[in-house]
Design a protein around this ligand. Structure first.
Ligand SMILES: [Mn+2]
Length: 246
């Protein structure tokens, strides 16, 4: 059986009076998961905590997708004017989904038995979710990380730190990435470490310090995965950690 990956939706507000607000997730997430041998299941938003938790509980891994900004109250800060659009339902869904995902045993847990929870991959807003909802904090506005080029075009380099889980997947050293964010991880949550930084020092990757597959990246690997092997490798490793074939 192929591992099920829960994919958090974002809210979209199509224009037009007869078109209702929608929950959606970019198709590149699903395509990258399918190529890796997983089965994506979208998690709708809403104020029904049990509904969100139930969908996540049926999955073997959780993908925390990109999206709008997180309300800074999550990390006990006042909202600055530079903070962008927020979505309270998405904040709730992220919180519930992370709690649910972290309360379940890892399929690949070793004999030590210290690892808890299902594999997690946080992308863009997703890495910020890991930071904001697990005890870290964010910069509410940073310059020079929003490229004008197409989403599948790498425009910046990050340096992946040797000895990290991320380095084992994409290789240590320079990695070409895309960049579509104006917020970034400021304080890394307890139990996590930095795995990659941009040239300006911006944190571009964090991961669980205990080796569990809980990984966040600030770029959008799903948009590069079809063309660049290291970015697909991230999804391959994620699905494999969730119980898929190598
Ligand atoms: Mn960046």
């Amino acid at each position: 059986m192929r591992p099920i990956i829960a994919v958090l939706c974002s809210t979209t507000h199509p224009t037009g009076a007869t078109i209702q607000t929608r929950d959606s997730a970019g198709r590149p997430y699903s395509e990258a998961i399918c190529r890796a041998g997983g089965v994506p299941v979208l998690v709708p938003l809403g104020d029904d905590e049990v509904a969100v938790r139930t969908v996540v509980s049926l999955a073997h891994g959780l993908l925390v997708t990109g999206g709008v900004d997180i309300a800074p109250g999550a990390y006990d800060e006042a909202t600055l004017p530079e903070c962008g659009e927020i979505d309270p339902l998405r904040d709730l869904a992220d919180r519930w989904a992370l709690q649910e995902a972290l309360s379940r045993p890892l399929p690949s847990a070793g004999s030590a038995g210290t690892l808890a929870g299902m594999p997690l991959l946080g992308i863009c807003r997703g890495i910020q979710s890991l930071a904001a909802f697990l005890g870290g904090s964010l910069y509410q506005d940073i310059p020079n990380h929003r490229q004008a080029e197409a989403r599948n075009v790498p425009t910046q380099e990050v340096v992946v730190e040797e000895g990290t889980l991320l380095a084992g997947i994409v290789g240590a050293g320079a990695l070409s990435v895309n960049t579509f964010h104006h917020q970034a991880v400021r304080r890394v949550p307890s139990g996590f470490r930095v795995s990659a930084r941009a040239a300006d020092g911006t944190i571009e990757g964090i991961e669980a310090a205990d080796g569990a597959f809980r990984l966040g990246v600030q770029w959008h690997p799903e948009d590069l995965a079809a063309d660049f092997a290291p970015h697909q490798a991230l999804f391959d490793a994620f699905v494999q950690a969730a119980g898929g074939a190598a």
